[in-house]
Design a binder for this molecule. Structure first.
Ligand SMILES: NC(=O)CC[C@H](N)C(=O)O
Length: 209
């Protein structure tokens, strides 16, 4: 009899905080590995798409022959978590992007790129994250936003997990989930708080992959 194995979670390693996501996933109980080639995607049960520049990421996915296989895996229900540019890549509709940028259509939301504008391009705030900070004794979550998108609108089967708590962007949606797909406008990999990665690893386990 074999023990239940840890989920194998790939981190798309084209741009962004790849090492930080690998470390956070390992801390959260997953086996984590970089994904740069189709065979590495095949070997993963689930995928994290880090931040970066979504238009560049879209281009690189095409160059590396990853775009179509990734779209297919997502359409087949592979769990995925996108942070910042990763959220943009997963969405169905992007505002303020380049006409030639492609995206993965896995999350039925409209996202606005660089939505917070110049004055608050990068900022941090403490927020409520549904299913995480509302458990007894769990503190608010520190969220770091870097030229981040926000979610402008969602379809009815998308669950809102977090909103901006105060300031000019108060109540804007910054974390969502639809089935096996999770996305945050902010970067939990940089704070040392592993709760979002644990939430995702739990999602992957529950998906039965
Ligand atoms: N930190 C980030 O991932 C920024 C996202 C970037 N502004 C984009 O549009 O893709």
């Amino acid at each position: 009899m074999s023990a239940v194995r840890s989920p194998r979670i790939g981190v798309l390693a084209l741009q962004g905080d790849v090492r930080e996501h690998l470390a956070a996933l390992t801390d959260a109980g997953a086996e984590a590995a970089t994904v740069r080639r189709p065979a590495e995607l095949d070997a993963a049960d689930a995928l994290v798409i880090p931040g970066g520049e979504s238009t560049t990421m879209s281009h690189l996915l095409g160059v590396l022959d990853l775009f179509d296989p990734l779209r297919e895996r997502l359409a087949g229900g592979m769990p995925a978590y996108g942070s910042c540019a990763g959220m943009i890549m997963l969405a169905t509709t992007i505002l303020d992007t380049r006409p030639d940028a492609r995206h993965l259509d896995a999350l039925d939301i409209t996202v606005r790129r660089n939505a917070f504008g110049r004055q608050v391009e990068s900022f941090e705030t403490d927020l409520e994250f549904a299913g995480v900070t509302d458990r007894a004794g769990d503190p608010l979550m520190r969220a770091v936003f870097i030229r981040a998108p926000w979610v402008e609108s969602i379809s009815p089967d998308v669950e809102v997990l977090a909103r901006v708590p105060q300031g000019p962007a108060k109540d804007r949606i910054v974390a969502v989930r639809q089935g096996n797909v999770l996305a945050t406008s902010f970067h939990p990999e940089v704070t040392g708080d592993r709760r979002v990665h644990r939430y995702f690893v739990d999602m992957v386990r529950a998906s039965g992959v």
